[in-house]
Design a protein around this ligand. Sequence first.
Ligand code: NAD
Ligand code: ZN
Length: 340
Amino acid sequence: MLGSILAEKRNENNKFFLFVVDNYFKGKELAKRIPVKPEDELMFIDVDPYEPTTEQIDSIRDTILKKKGLPAGVIGIGGGSIMDIAKAVSLMFTNEGSSTLYQGLNLIKKRGIYHLGVPTISGTGAECSMTAVLTGPVKKLGLKCDWTVFDQVVLDPDLLATVPQDWWFYTGMDTYIHCIESETGRFKNAFSHAYAEESLKLCKDVFINEGCGKNAENDEKLMIASLMGGLSLTYSEVGVCHALSYGLSKILGTRHCYANCLAFNHLEDYYGDSVQEFKQMLKKHNIALPQNLSKDWTDKQITDMAEVAYNLPHMWNHAIGENWKEKITIDLIKGLYERL
Ligand code: NAD
Ligand code: ZN
């Protein structure tokens, strides 16, 4: 199917595709099914242990341009990391200079090249969101604009079959947290609510209701939950948990979905019953999150994380209100990290 979708796009630019594929699939059955032609470029990318960086995106763009010029399109096959790499590279093929120049809202000047995503692990919503999150030398922040969104997405829940249990849980919880945060803040609206409500129903089927657990039927539900959760947050906003999670990722390199779980577990005063429900889901799936992590962190690390989190005003504005600076201070955020 992918082959026929791509056939009509092949004649653009220098008439070849760049495939960026999660290294997990190298040598696996899926890799043999990718419709790569001799003129195409196939890159297997190891997404562990680091999340996508600005340097990595610039390097992929420069290497391909030097070798073959401008591709007809970029195809991403993998999880949130690969989705973001494909989205960012597509934009950087047509926007000059380093991707660090474009971290933020609507800083991209030109539409990118055609890009298509095939998610292989569900939860981040990166397959439908209008941001490509990158870690740069100064900040962890997305290239966010209307052109970031994939031109096409192919959803095949069978691809989730091999996702390990822990990643299945953490990444699935990212969707759950997207919906809870989207729902509990001032940017909530009828559109974001409709998607969050449906996504949460699906998440509960996958993670807590009778018949929950990892199986083919639930993989299909999770794939749709991820998409709907991503749409919900795109038109609303994320909140306190994601702000803390960004600090953990930027300073300690903790992976996004796992960082969210670590933080959400201690945010009962912000997200009440949902945190209780989250704890039930942890128990149900035998997931043990580490405790007392902060005892091994230096005060400088905690301060640095608090500063990263504080500098995400859109999240605090959503979660706490326009006057959030009267309530949220660096010291308060440090206190939140110290709970972990
Ligand atoms: P990931 O892409 O980092 O992959 C996690 C692990 O799962 C990796 O080891 C990968 O090799 C493996 N994997 C992927 N598919 C697999 C499969 N089918 N079978 C077996 N293993 C598989 O994970 P993720 O949690 O989806 O993505 C995290 C990234 O997403 C972070 O970089 C984060 O910043 C980003 N993110 C982006 C958005 C957005 O809107 N753009 C939102 C949230 C998170
Ligand atoms: Zn998230």
